[in-house]
Design a protein around this ligand. Structure first.
Ligand code: NAD
Length: 488
């Protein structure tokens, strides 16, 4: 029945395909070019999608520029009201969003059913902060009455990945709009459905034309053109670290401000004094939910030698019981990976693990002959210099590494190019403080899985990102400080 409901929703896009939204109008790509997206379950056609080129991006950037002054100057309370109406629209289409998201990405419905509500919450959170976003301060000197204020930076480009596309799009676009920026959004080519639904909702909520533009297409042409466009003042990007580095180069000529949320190889560190039952639950949840395709996943388990054998045995048993299946089946815990390229990447690590001498304690193969299903996988006996311990696999694959003591745990945890999140399990408060103080990560949770709280700063260090989102940090990125000195 979920499939029947999905089919009804998809009918809307099957005929005309997924168009761009530029200046409030739905359009195909200028040259009429398109590409197809395919279901990760059975490779069947989902829909055709506009394949935009630099001209389409230019049209969208100009529309965003034309709309900028109007949106910047509209009363903040009106901006707040429109953003709340977008949240209402998201909630009204929550089921459709969840089903389309799962069909596009292969993510299991049980983890996606709340995606729309989280997206709506992102809009409400930043909507309520819009009226105070420009507040400044007075800094009088002997001769001047100095005042500061904040103004929106201008049209911004938002480029998002395919792993949790709906939630991430709302997370990036809501603060931009609340700050008074206009937006050109280039969603991931592999998962365009919910970005289209979202842009429609915004349009129907009364957002003025041109304030939010959608251009579909590939990174190397549409994405690239957006990062190079002179009217676009800043790029908010979520994706791979190497793409972030390309975007930085592409944006250099036009001096783009960039905000990057990039990859991770996040450790979960379990000390022998921890509540091991809870640590086990959290370690499993943080790598085997959302297909392991989350930037904050704990893909390296660092477990203390004294408890390792028992912990790994219990882990193996649990991993073997994870239900792999159709993404729209509410019982499914791990769905198919999004497409063949990603499937090939993830499964290539099974050989890499063997070649480097790790043990495949669970999984290590595909499931079925059709679709991109892989068995949840656990590597044990790994060392931190192995590829499976250093490279972001971005699938339901966990690499377990043993350590003797705190110093060794710290060394292994930090011995990676990434630094997004870390998870520490210990009941020794002093150790927790000492250890987290020396961990190289933007976000750390102690005795907890990742629990997002919107006012807190979200982002990574090293190759995991530049800048922070959340609370006022999102406005800092989307706005410029302005100083005015009045002679006394
Ligand atoms: P990706 O970097 O391949 O693609 C992301 C987006 O960038 C897509 O829209 C793509 O079309 C576009 N793109 C590609 N090349 C481009 C270019 N040269 N110029 C401009 N745009 C370009 O990433 P992905 O495979 O879609 O997503 C998975 C990655 O995203 C993982 O590394 C994951 O860790 C990361 N991620 C990070 C966070 C975070 O908050 N840190 C959140 C989610 C995902």
């Amino acid at each position: 029945t979920n499939l029947d409901t999905l089919a009804r929703h998809l009918d809307r896009y099957r005929g005309a395909g997924i168009g761009n939204l530029i200046g409030g109008e739905t359009r195909p790509a200028g040259q009429g070019a398109s590409f197809e997206t395919r279901s990760p379950v059975d490779d069947s056609l989902i829909c055709t999608v506009a394949r935009s080129d630099a001209q389409d991006v230019d049209d969208a950037a100009r529309a965003a520029q034309d709309a900028f002054a109007g949106w910047r100057d509209i009363a903040a309370t009106e901006r707040r009201a429109i953003l709340h109406r977008i949240a209402d629209g998201i909630e009204a289409r929550a089921e459709e969003i969840a089903l389309c998201e799962c069909w596009d990405t292969g993510q299991a419905l049980r983890f996606m059913s709340k995606a729309a509500l989280r997206g709506a919450e992102n809009f409400r959170f930043f909507a309520d902060r819009a009226p105070a976003a420009r507040d400044g301060q007075a800094l009088p000197s002997p001769t001047l009455m100095n005042v500061t204020t904040r103004v929106p930076i201008g049209p911004v480009g938002v480029i998002t990945p395919w792993n949790t596309p709906f939630m991430l799009s709302t997370w990036k676009i809501a603060p931009a709009l609340a700050a008074g920026c206009t937006v050109v959004h280039k969603p991931a080519e592999f998962s365009p459905l919910t970005a289209r639904i979202l842009a429609e909702i915004a349009h129907e909520a009364g957002l003025p034309p041109g304030v939010w533009n959608l251009v579909n297409g590939f990174g190397e042409d549409a994405g690239r053109a957006l990062t190079e466009h002179p009217a676009i003042r800043a790029i908010a990007f979520v994706g791979e670290s190497k793409t972030g580095s390309m975007i930085m180069k592409q944006g250099a000529d036009t001096l783009k401000r960039v905000h990057f949320e990039l990859g991770g190889k996040n450790p979960v560190i379990v000390f022998d004094d921890a509540d091991l039952e809870r640590a086990l639950d959290a370690a499993i949840f943080m790598i085997y939910s959302l297909n392991g395709e989350r930037c904050t996943s704990s893909s390296r388990l660092l477990v203390q030698e004294s408890i390792a054998e028992d912990f790994e045995a219990r882990l193996t048993e649990r991993v073997n019981n994870i239900r792999v299946g159709h993404p729209l089946d509410p019982d499914t815990e791990v769905g198919p990976l999004i497409h063949k390229v990603h499937f090939d990447k993830v499964t290539s690590y099974f050989d890499a693990a063997r070649a480097d001498g790790a043990t495949i304690a669970a999984g290590g193969d595909r499931v079925g002959e059709q679709g991109w299903f892989v068995r949840p996988t656990l590597f044990t006996g790994a060392r931190n210099n192995m590829r499976v311990a250093q490279e972001e696999i971005f699938g339901p694959v966990l690499t377990a590494i043993r350590f003797q003591d705190e110093d060794e745990a710290l060394h292994i945890a930090n011995d990676t190019e990434y630094g997004l999140t870390a998870y520490v399990w210990t009941n020794d408060l002093t150790r927790a403080l000492r250890f987290t103080n020396r961990l190289e990560a933007g976000m750390i949770w102690v005795n907890s899985e990742n629990v997002r709280h919107l006012p807190t700063p979200f982002g990574g260090v090293k190759a995991s990102g530049i800048g922070r989102d959340g609370g006022d940090w999102s406005f800092e990125f989307h706005m410029e400080q302005k100083h005015i000195g009045l002679a006394k």
